[in-house]
Write a protein that binds this ligand. Structure first.
Ligand SMILES: Cc1cc2nc3c(=O)[nH]c(=O)nc-3n(C[C@H](O)[C@H](O)[C@H](O)COP(=O)(O)OP(=O)(O)OC[C@H]3O[C@@H](n4cnc5c(N)ncnc54)[C@H](O)[C@@H]3O)c2cc1C
Length: 471
């Protein structure tokens, strides 16, 4: 038998990757440090343990990006989705699972598979040289010795130990009658045009009310074991800035200098919120310097008081967490291999996706890539129009790196429709020929994106570079 592919970490991503490999007839060794060595969040020794909520979120594959990802994974033979479906609990349109039954099903399926060996123990450094095909799927709580080894291998602050997430807004929900495009002092920078930022102007009254709302807004507290992480280097949450002084934000991310509102050139805004293009497709804009620990509902309420964002739809809300993740767009190729050492492939949350399902999905693709490599086959990523392809594209290239001070610009993201390329034709009429408006139009657009995704997934699966399973 040929040498096994080694997977480090038997969480959501590692378990799915192992299943994909074994299903293709490739031997695999899964190295899991629990229960010998625990993380701060896991409770037991089973593989694929859900560390917090038991929800896989919406299961609607006709109108929801995460539901679509579920469906794509089912079609790709996902073990995680099979176990979730077998252990689902009543939860309306969401897919909630019995966490014990789910983890037991994943663990059992892998333990029983003749091509899978589960090795208990921590991998505490760069994998040995004779491991020629490795998937690192050690997640947001990667153990310290391995994290240090990866950091040394990649250099250049490639590995972050916490995320500092600023909200991201769908471009088509911004009021273009209020905002204007301009870079501070019209500076073009290396890749810009001088009009790269969306600017939202605030009057003194609006700014004062905004600061009050930030200070009084409900916040999420750090978990006990997160509190000692050095979060605040260069990325203070905005509410902490507001607490430090009422003018602090006006001298920080909301400073109104170097910008002129073309609709009122004589009136100097008291403060300005800037948004910057976040993805290559130009569908998403992030709120510059707005990392926050405010509760999600509070963020939506407070940020919608910003002129121009009254109807903002958020692709991602802000947060700060302990999280180990790579600057993947810079360090991974499109088959998730580390450019500095291509025998090492990364999967799961450590690549910069967010969430159980997303982590498993990246594990699925990593497993298929590693199998194709072992079997001497070609594989290419799924089209960006699929949920899996859109997610992978965010990880390895869809995000636009920026030059602003503060936290690193690549931050983890859940799957969302803002990551998908625009439709060639947005539906404007329903089947009866009536003009679509408002929420009906939004719904029709989501349905069209889902239909396109599943059609393109089928085409990819029947193509030559898919790495098909021999089940
Ligand atoms: C506290 C917390 C709460 C979260 N809550 C949610 C939530 O409610 N919903 C959601 O969708 N997502 C949540 N996430 C985000 C994330 O999706 C999950 O953490 C998900 O489990 C990530 O999958 P993964 O496979 O990348 O990592 P994990 O599932 O964490 O798997 C990584 C595995 O690697 C093992 N490991 C680590 N280092 C080593 C080593 N050196 N050698 C061997 N084994 C090692 C770990 O023990 C673990 O089993 C949460 C994350 C955290 C940290």
């Amino acid at each position: 038998m040929s040498k096994p592919v080694h997977i480090i970490g038997g969480g959501l991503a590692g378990s799915e990757a192992a299943w994909q490999l074994a299903s293709r007839g490739v031997a695999v060794a899964v190295h899991e440090m629990r229960p010998e060595r625990m993380t701060d969040a896991h409770q037991g020794g089973r593989l694929a343990e859900l560390v917090c909520s038991n929800s896989f979120r919406s299961d609607d594959h006709e109108t929801s990006a995460i539901g679509l990802l579920h469906e794509e994974m089912r079609r790709l033979g996902s073990l995680v989705m099979r176990a979730a479906d077998a252990h689902r609990l009543p939860a309306g349109g969401a897919l909630a699972v019995d966490r014990e039954g789910f983890a037991a099903a994943v663990t059992g399926a892998l333990e029983r598979h003749p091509l899978v060996e589960i090795v208990r123990g921590e991998v505490d450094g760069v994998p040995p040289a004779d491991w020629d095909n490795v998937i690192i799927a050690t997640g947001p709580l990667t153990s310290a010795p391995l994290a240090e080894a990866i950091a040394q291998l990649t250099g250049d602050n490639a590995l972050a130990f916490f995320d500092a997430i600023a909200p991201i807004v769908h471009r088509d929900s911004i009021d273009f009658e209020v905002i204007w495009f301009q870079s501070r002092y019209d500076k073009a920078g290396p890749a810009g045009s001088g009009a790269d930022y969306i600017n939202c102007p605030l009057t003194r009254e609006q700014y004062e009310a905004f600061v009050d709302a930030l200070i009084s807004g409900e916040k999420v507290s750090f978990r006990e074991w997160e509190a000692s992480t050095p979060y605040f280097d260069g990325c203070l949450p905005i509410e902490i800035m507001a607490e430090r002084g009422r003018e602090t934000l006006r001298h920080g991310p909301m400073k109104p200098v170097g910008l002129t509102n073309p609709r009122a050139p004589e009136t100097k805004p008291h403060a300005i919120v800037q948004l910057r293009q976040d993805n290559r497709l130009g569908t998403l804009f992030n709120m510059v310097g707005f990392q926050t620990k405010l509760k999600h509902a509070e963020q939506v309420r407070i940020f919608r008081t910003i002129p121009g964002l009254e109807r903002a739809e958020f692709a991602r809300l802000g947060g700060l967490h302990r999280n180990t993740f790579l600057n993947s767009p810079k360090h991974l190729d499109n088959l998730l291999r580390l450019k500095a050492d291509p025998r090492l492939r990364f999967a799961g949350q450590i690549t910069g996706c967010e969430g159980y399902v997303e982590s498993a999905a990246v594990g699925l693709f990593a497993g298929r890539c590693a199998a194709a490599e072992r079997l001497g086959e070609e594989i290419s990523p799924p089209p960006e129009t699929t949920a899996l392809g859109a997610l992978l594209s965010h990880i390895v290239g869809g995000h636009i790196e920026t030059i602003d001070a503060g936290p690193r610009s690549f931050q983890p993201m859940n799957i969302n429709f803002g990551l998908f390329p625009l439709l060639a034709r947005t539906p404007t009429r329903d089947e009866a020929g009536n003009r679509l408006r408002g929420s009906a139009k939004t719904l029709a657009k989501k349905q069209a994106l889902c239909r396109r995704a599943l059609a393109d997934l089928s085409a990819w699966m029947s193509g030559a570079h898919f790495g098909a399973a021999a089940e």
